[in-house]
Design a protein around this ligand. Sequence first.
Ligand SMILES: [Zn+2]
Length: 508
Amino acid sequence: MTDFNLEKRRYVLGGVAIAIITVYIIRLFTLQLMSDDYKKNADSNAFLKKVEFPSRGAIYDRNGRLMVYNQPAYDIMVVMNEAKGRIDTTEFCQALGITKEFFIKRMNDIKDYSKNPGYSRFTQQMFMSQLSNEDFSIFQEKMFRFPGFYVQHRSIRQYQTGVAAHVLGDVAEVSPSDIEDDDYYKPGDYIGKLGVEKSYEKELRGEKGVQILLRDARGRIQGNYMNGKYDRKPVAGRDLTLGIDEKLQALGERLMEGKIGSIVALDPQTGEVLAMVSSPSYDPRIMVGRSRSKNHRLLSRDAWKPLLNRSIMGMYPPGSTFKTSQALTYMTEGIITPSTAFPCSHGFYCRGLHVGCHSHASPIALVDAISTSCNAYFCWGLYYMMGNRTKYKNPYEAMNVWRDYMVSMGFGYRLGIDLPGEKRGMIPNADYYDRNYRGSWNGLTIISISIGQGEVTLTPLQIANLGATIANRGYYYVPHVVRKVEGLPLDTLYRHRHYTKASRRSYD
Ligand SMILES: [Zn+2]
């Protein structure tokens, strides 16, 4: 009985094993033959797909001064099937000025699917990118000795002057996630990484073209397949005109040399950014070509954070610059009138709380309070607003009314500038204080927000925009650095007036 069972089991196991082996053999066979066959027909030996890169759009300042343009560069491409065993490695490395170790590593990386998922030994693979004219000239003379290696004409960015690095941004090779996000990109392609190069990537990049070349049996190029019927010409990218005035920008950068901080200048009538300085900065010309990754690494490790665009990413207590927004709020809510005067004897004193001020006449009315930047005046304003029980049920309601005014002035949220990485800053609301003070807070607890301190933070861009709303007597356009994209109308987002909650009368 037991023997019989064992015997039976042996047959079953044997059968299963044979079945598995058979499946594997068939699978191996089909993979080997079928995929070779597929490649011959599709990518193929007989065809060579040659990508033609469009020229990237140029960038001008508001007065038509050229800021960013292209200069020729060269990528060295390799078709593994053709290069294999047919070149003198020593001579090749000399011509390119690279070491043998680099050569071996590159060739292995190209064949490594985890690093180069689109690998095929029949198609052009990127061997080295962004060679300059000088680097390329020696190689070019000897190129006929290196079968399987091809040149791809590219361009790299060139900057007319060293200003506006944060606004302009830069271009670099695509990362694996760029390729995953958008199938336009193939390994070795370039993409805008920062600034307008990133936010206007789609407009600047244009569209790649393609030539399908035919080879003969010995691999030599015979001409365009079907006389170029399936070829596609590249479409050039669109030029950008910035709102930035290059001379004003240069002046701002000179003024900020050796300092940490930001300057933002806006045209209130349009929302165009005239200058955007973030200091410390760097020369955009070091972020070009083959030295980009090294320089980018150095900058990103710098303790002074030169890569940070403080104008839109730095969040600071706005301090006294915030006081005009408070005056507008108190007036519109009827807490004060321009003739309302508050006392100040070296500051605000109330139920044991003291907020300091410098010495000036007392009491003073609104205009004097703004011109002397009196802390006490704006503390009293908030104190009376939070404590007003005829207008608001409780401090909770008063606080949220205050918050609504601030948000309407462009604080607490991103303004929506056309640059990557904008931060929203911080405008507290009633729930925030309920959480932090367990529901027990009043005007005095939060008094420092009235002078732009405490929990309040803004970006320099938001502070500049407050100035624009005052110049316009109550509205702003979303600030933007690009005033014109060649051949396209300005995004409606930048043509729409945003009105604040403060009354026209209070602005006047
Ligand atoms: Zn004062």
